[in-house]
Design a protein around this ligand. Structure first.
Ligand code: SAM
Length: 207
């Protein structure tokens, strides 16, 4: 098992119990996302964690395939979906780097609190772009530590070695936006609830 997976497996139970840090911002992100949704949409969520967001969005689209490489996160997500009788979300243990959805098959991809955890977010963005239909959207919410916590880069290797946190990439909101546009996306919506908070972006693959 890869160490990164172990980190998330270990904290899955605790993560599931954690309250949402900023409920108002979370609700706004849900609402903005739903403005883009249509009942016939095929959606992929990458790094879905314990599945709460996929379950909340389920009534607004046709189907959500929600993946996460942590077996413990997926087990919790499947348990929640079963308890809530949600039958249009498929939770699956899979790695973002190996996603196999056909090109131009998806209407929307959700990547929430995940891009900063990837070693190569540009590769993931390029793959998401390929899998989206023209006009499809990539909804992201991303910690941009480069704006307020550039020093994190210095302590990151030690924290990772001690198992305190997983790999975390440090980049600014502007760098994130640049990466998305370089991948071919148009930025349709951008919002940051406050200084140091995750940057929420809806990026569109041009028609
Ligand atoms: C910070 S949590 C975010 C979970 C959820 N999206 C949310 O907003 O609550 C990051 C999740 O991404 C998963 N993850 C990290 N790297 C991944 C990768 N390369 N492939 C698949 N899942 C990954 C972790 O297991 C974890 O559940």
């Amino acid at each position: 098992m890869a160490p990164a997976t172990q980190f998330w497996d270990k904290i899955a139970e605790k993560y599931a119990k954690q309250p949402i840090a900023d409920e108002a911002a979370y609700q706004k992100k849900l609402a903005v996302t739903r403005d883009y949704f249509r009942p016939d949409m095929e959606v992929l969520e990458i790094g879905c964690g314990t599945g709460s967001t996929a379950i909340l969005h389920a009534p607004y689209v046709k189907h959500i395939r929600a993946i996460d490489f942590s077996a413990a996160m997926i087990a919790i997500a499947q348990g929640k979906a079963e308890a809530e009788h949600i039958d249009n979300v498929t939770f699956e243990q899979a790695t973002i780097e190996d996603i196999d959805s056909p090109d131009q098959s998806l209407d929307a991809v959700l990547g929430l609190s995940i891009l900063h955890l990837l070693r190569d977010k540009e590769v993931a963005m390029a793959r998401v772009y390929q899998m989206l239909k023209p006009g499809g959207i990539f909804v992201t919410s991303t910690a941009c530590l480069g704006d307020t916590m550039g020093w994190f880069k210095i302590i990151a290797p030690l924290g990772r070695f001690l198992g305190f946190f997983p790999f975390v990439a440090v980049f600014t909101a502007q760098e994130l936006a640049n990466s998305l546009t370089q991948a071919g996306f148009e930025l349709d919506y951008q919002w940051q609830p406050g200084k140091g908070k995750a940057v929420f972006i809806v990026a569109k693959k041009p028609e």
